[in-house]
Design a protein around this ligand. Structure first.
Ligand code: EZ4
Ligand code: CO
Length: 402
């Protein structure tokens, strides 16, 4: 069996997605997500112009060799564009391998390690009472874990707070919108938010919070210590992770669990964080960290160092990524939690899939392969629309991290 076609499909059913579809000489097809939010067309070009021609004629069964060929063979290693493109190829080849074997991919990864994949949803609101009502909605839907974000008094646009509650979508403009940030105001409101959530919902619900790279290590350590009494499940992305030594400083000041990695694209972005046990959850994903093959490698390293998984699962990761993520999540020994932001109906129609939500868990598809497809006719009805993530400035106008 040989690869006979590799096609890049760009579609925007409410938001942009890039998908790679590989076809074999036996007519088996596989798909992989290649979406890089706000930079979609770079990956589409990387695939179309530089990767697809290399795939034609290759044996689709040689997943590891193809991964190494694309990683080592490019000479220019790593980076989000390259690793997202490699991820798409890798994911599509796992899909094909599963279909050829007649097994869901998780069976090829060692089989089921748990009954279901615990997921968390996003509760956000301008005010704390609004967030509490959103949390209640998730609890009613059966969620066992909820991420909470609220507006910051005095600032007009805050990360994590959106108009559309169930389908939080930050890439909201054809040129980047601007948000403002004040660390002082933020640090005042978060402990109030946690106190209010615990007061209303008690301690059985897992509560998560995303700092979105906004703090310094010492600020994060201070916030973590103030939140400890509310038992946060994790604090996500407390600081930009380029400076990995910074996490030692956070650790010296708090036992609040730390989660990091949604922007990581290789094991080298988290090797020190994991080896020195500076984090508790690694949030790298299938689509942005080199596919199932490479993410498995990261998760195995993490398992040696008491680090659990907590993969990114925002709306900009397509159902093709979510399907793949669930096969890994159900199989690995050190699974922690999976982020799950529901896709819009239009997205779900373009990507028919077999995973399902029940009682706070997602269950991977039992169909051979990944159990996800792309409806190309429907996809063609939604042409690409330029969309950027916002940028963020301090109150004096200085650029800050969004
Ligand atoms: O900002 O997916 O945890 N989730 C997040 C997301 C990210 C977007 C970036 O593309 O931080 O909302
Ligand atoms: Co995040």
């Amino acid at each position: 069996m040989r690869i006979t076609d590799a096609k890049v499909i760009v579609t925007s059913p409410g938001r942009n997605f890039v998908t790679l579809k590989i076809t074999t000489s036996d007519g088996v097809t596989g798909i992989g997500d290649a979406t890089l939010n706000g930079r979609e067309l770079s990956v589409a070009s990387y695939l179309r112009d530089h990767v697809c021609p290399l795939l034609i004629g290759r044996d689709p069964a040689r997943i590891e060799d193809t991964w190494q060929y694309l990683y080592r063979g490019a000479y220019w290693r790593r980076g989000p564009v390259t690793m997202t493109a490699i991820a798409a190829v890798d994911t599509a080849l796992w899909d094909i391998k599963g279909k050829v074997a007649g097994l869901p991919v998780y069976q090829l990864l060692g089989g089921r390690s748990r009954a279901g994949v615990t997921v968390y949803g996003h509760a956000n609101g301008e005010t704390i009472p609004e967030v509490l009502d959103e949390v209640a909605r998730y609890v009613d839907l059966g969620y066992r874990a909820v991420r909470v974000q609220c507006g910051i008094p005095g600032l007009d646009a805050t990360y994590g707070v959106s108009r559309d509650k169930m389908f939080y979508e930050p890439a909201d403009a054809n040129l980047p919108s601007e948000a403002t940030w004040s660390t002082e105001r933020y640090l005042r409101v978060v402990p109030e938010l946690f106190a209010a959530v615990r007061d209303r919902f008690g301690y059985d619900l897992r509560i998560l919070h995303d700092i979105h790279h906004r703090l310094t290590p010492i600020e994060a350590g201070g916030l973590g210590s103030r939140l400890e009494e509310y038992a946060p499940f994790w604090l996500e992305d407390p600081v930009p992770a380029e400076l990995q030594d910074g996490f030692r400083l956070i650790r010296q000041h708090t036992t609040a669990p730390i989660a990091v990695g949604e922007v990581f694209n290789s094991i080298w972005d988290c090797e020190q964080l994991i080896r020195e046990q500076l984090i508790d959850f690694i949030r790298a994903t299938v689509v942005h960290a080199g596919g199932i093959t490479h993410l498995r490698r990261i998760f195995d390293l993490a398992a040696l160092h008491h680090v659990r998984t907590g993969s990114h699962g925002a709306t900009d990761l397509s159902p093709a990524c979510m399907s793949a993520a669930l096969h890994l999540d159900i199989a690995v020994p050190n699974f922690g939690i999976q982020e799950y932001m529901r896709h819009t109906e239009a997205t779900d129609e373009v990507f028919p899939h077999g995973y399902r939500f029940a009682d706070g868990y997602l269950h991977p598809s039992e169909e051979p392969g990944l159990g996800v497809d792309i409806d190309e006719k429907l996809a063609a009805r939604y042409p690409y629309e330029p969309a950027y993530l916002p940028v963020n400035r301090l109150t004096d106008g200085s650029m800050h991290n969004w």
